[in-house]
Structure formats: structure tokens, C-alpha cells
Design a binder for this molecule. Sequence first.
Ligand code: SF4
Ligand code: SF4
Length: 360
Amino acid sequence: MTAAVIDTGLLTDIKRFGAADVSACFSCGTCTAICPLVGDDDTFPRRMIRYAQVGMRDSLLSSNELWSCYACGECSDSCPTQAEPSEFMAAARRYAIASYDRTGFARLMYTRPFLGTLISLLLAAFFALFMYTAHGPMSGTSFDIFGFIPEELIHNTGIVVMIIIFAAGLLGLATMARRVSRDNGVTVRSLLGGRAALSKAAGAAWSALAVDTLAQRRYRKDCESPDNGLAVAGIKATGTPVPIWYPVRLLGTIAGIALVYGTAMLMSRRYRRADRSLKTSTAADWTFLVLLLVTGITGFAIELGLYLPEPPVWGYWLFLFHVAVAMELVLLAPFIKFAHAIYRPLALFFMSFVAKEVAS
Ligand code: SF4
Ligand code: SF4
């Protein structure tokens, strides 16, 4: 058995990711009693705070519960010492994203706001310049955006970007999986060794991905409030103009409206600090939302250009900007808030699998 390593600077480090001062916490357990996600044997979020207070970095980073939290803020509302456990959980997740990322880029994005913003701007400028070097003519007879920036170039650049984020995401997932599986006593054999194990793993995967990630069962059951809107990922139809009611375009337009509306609502709520979970925002949180909003709005402006009688010159430049920002958004995905989309399902998978193991 290996002794737990104590990191005396852990709490100070997590504070750099936006945590309130949880040194006020005296482990009364009120937050645990009030949290809608806590089962009979669970002790979070109090246990997570305790890990940070005593410097148990490994235990914190190995916790599934970090990712099952929905940031509803109920624990903060009931905390008698204003230790803000909900804020702490959000900061601890940012800290975890930075710790799973081996490149150090996520840490920079979260803890060096000025440098992070500068890098975001430079990245967008790089993509724009790169695409511009291969640009074609701006057609004056039709709004031929792919004649201006070749579709093939966008496609190939997208593949390179996807390979980079896939590698970064996979490395982060592997780091997290190693920690979480070790902490929960899950081995390759217990996951894949035999029919019963495979059946449990498949059931846990279904529960994590379909039931709790896509259908958001736990969230809707325990945490949903009329104010909590979720943004829907946009789908954008490409190609030459087609009627607005054409099914693919219509679907893209509706998804785009949902994306812009959802992102604008989230920004407004974050700006107004509409609930306890939004009390602290990092520059990286804003970067993510701004990039999403800019991608959505510029997408609509380009769509508008497709239906104008004369092809607009501004539309070509906007298209270049739109592609550069979208590429940047994808490239930054494993290092900013998007990373929740990969780490949370994995944590839910392990939670479900361990529950099935205990029940069998
Ligand atoms: S965070 Fe607040 S409610 Fe939770 S255990 Fe600490 S003092 Fe109690
Ligand atoms: S924010 Fe909500 S889900 Fe998260 S620990 Fe607090 S009460 Fe539980």
C-alpha cells in the first residue's frame, strides 16, 4: 500500500482556479445533507473540500463525484459559514482539467487570463492568415464562399486540428481513467474479463452516455430549475444556397438559433451572476462563451449573405473570420470548459460501473 502524498500548497493552488476560501469550512456536513445528488453512503461535496484542506491531491483528482456535480448551488445556499462549496467544486474541476492536461496549456488558460486571451487572439489570427494564403477570387456573380476559401483546405485543416485535440483529449482521459479506476478498484479484467463484466461495462456506458449525458436524467430529476437552460450544439448546413425550409438547412438554422440563444443566455446569467454557481467566472469561461457566440452569429451573417441579391464582399471576410474562430474553438476544446464533455461521461461511467459491481 502506498502512503498518501500530502501537497501543502493544494488549497492555495485551487484558489487560483477561482475557489472561494473554503478554509471557513468546519465539516458540518450541511452541504452533503442538502445536495440532491448525494446517495446514502456519499459524503461529497464536504469530502472534496476536506481533501483540499489537508492537501490530498491524488484523492481529489481521483474522485468521480467532482464531475457528477451540476453546480446547482444548493450547497452554497445552505452553508452556514459561506465557504461556497459549489464554487469550490467548479474550481476543483478546472484544477482537475489542468492537472489531467500534460501540456500545461489548460493551466495557463485558467490561471494567466491576459496571456490566455492573447493566445486565443493569436490563434484566431494564425488560422485566418493561414487560410488567407490559399484564398481564391471573390466571385461577383454568386456568393461562392468555398471559391474564396477552398473547402478542401478547411477540411484538411479541420482534420489536423481534430488529430491534435483527439491526442490531447485522449491523453487527458487516460490520465483521469488511470486515477479514477485505481481509486475505485476497477481493473481491465473487472471491466472486460468475461461476459458478465462486459455486460456491466456496456450497461454503465449506456447509463453514462445516453441516460445521464444526452438525456440528462439526473440533472432533470434533481437539479433542473426554470432558469437553467442548456445550449444545444449547432449544426450548420454547407454548400450553395438552398431554400430556408430545406430540411438540412432548417435543422442547421434551428440548431444555430438554439446555440446563439443558449450562449447569450449563459453569458447574460454569468454576467448578472444569476445564481450561486455563477458567482465566479474565469477568463477561460468567458473565452469559451465568446467563441461560441461569435461562431454562431457569424454563421448567421454568412447565411444571410447567401440570400442577398448581390454577393457581399464583407461576407467573404466574415467567412474567413468564422472559419478561423471555429477552428480555434475546436482546438481549445480539451483545455477549456468543453473538456467537461469528455471527463464527465467517463466519471459517470465509473460511477455506474462501480454501483453495478457493488450490487452484483
Ligand atoms: S462547506 Fe459549509 S456546509 Fe459544507 S461542510 Fe463546510 S461548513 Fe458545512
Ligand atoms: S452544486 Fe449542487 S450538485 Fe454540486 S455539490 Fe453542491 S448541491 Fe451538490
